[in-house]
Design a protein around this ligand. Structure first.
Ligand code: CIR
Length: 255
């Protein structure tokens, strides 16, 4: 498996309190979000990544969730086209930043929509969730780009979660951390699945980074299951991002 060397993140903006949310947990606390974001960036650096942190973008309340704006791999960076109206445009400044890091950028075009949270890579294969944010056209455009670069691509229709990676995370070594509709899913049967314990589904969005797994604080059963599988874990409090349905993977692009 290839190790990551870089990451791109974006500071939370004050308008974060107006971000999209279906969680019903109230608005996030901006000050706490800033602290939690700083700790997250330090954790990525601790895993060996050179992290570029973009300035906050007040025009887009959800812009801290930078993962949704692009799909990065060795051979290409594909600029996404967010499905949420209030997020359409976030990708422009990300494209500018990625243009410094990649020789060439590609992109999803209308009427396609695609958000990076719907894209999970497992080795040379990409799983693309068909969600309320990523439509069939967007998924097909991304699949065509990835196939052209020699990767495999497969679509996975979602029923219960916001993004594909809201419900599962690939932990390398053929291991999939999963909950809900992704347990016993026919398209995912070749993985060794680590089920997320009942009541801890938020922790299904954990993040493998160069051999360690970042796990949200407050989900001890999931942490134990990941450690029992042989991983070192790094606990991070992301309570303020959870209030906006965001998890650990959403806060960066890693490549
Ligand atoms: C949204 O609804 O778009 C944000 N409040 C949360 C985005 C989370 N991103 C992700 O799962 N990749």
């Amino acid at each position: 498996m290839a190790l990551f060397t870089k990451a791109l993140a974006r500071k939370p903006c004050r308008n974060l309190v107006h971000g999209l949310s279906g969680a019903g947990m109230g608005p996030p606390d901006y000050g706490k979000a800033v602290e939690q974001h700083d700790a997250y960036i330090e954790a990525l650096r601790g895993c060996g990544l050179a992290v570029t942190v973009l300035e906050a973008d007040e025009a887009y309340p959800d812009s801290v969730f930078i993962e949704d704006t692009a799909v990065c791999c060795e051979k290409s960076a594909v600029i996404a086209r967010p499905g949420a109206n209030s997020r359409r445009g976030e990708e422009k400044t990300v494209a500018l930043a990625l243009a410094d890091l990649y020789p060439r950028l590609e992109g999803i075009r209308a009427p396609g929509t695609l958000e990076g949270g719907d894209v999970m890579r497992a080795g040379e294969r990409f799983y693309i969730g068909l969600s309320n944010r990523t439509n069939g056209d967007g998924a097909q455009q991304l699949a065509a780009i990835l196939r052209r670069h020699g990767y495999e691509a497969l679509s996975v229709p979602l029923r219960q979660v916001l993004h594909l990676k809201t419900g599962m995370s690939y932990l390398e070594h053929n291991r999939l951390l999963a909950c809900g509709e992704f347990l016993r899913h026919p398209l995912l049967s070749s993985f060794a699945t680590i089920p997320v314990p009942a009541g801890e589904s938020y922790a299904a969005n954990s993040l493998w980074v160069n051999g360690r797994v970042l796990v949200p604080a407050g989900f001890p059963g999931t942490r134990r299951a990941i450690e029992d599988a042989g991983y070192e874990t790094v606990l991070l409090d992301v309570s303020e991002f959870r209030k906006l349905d965001g998890g650990l993977s959403c806060l960066s692009l890693r490549f």
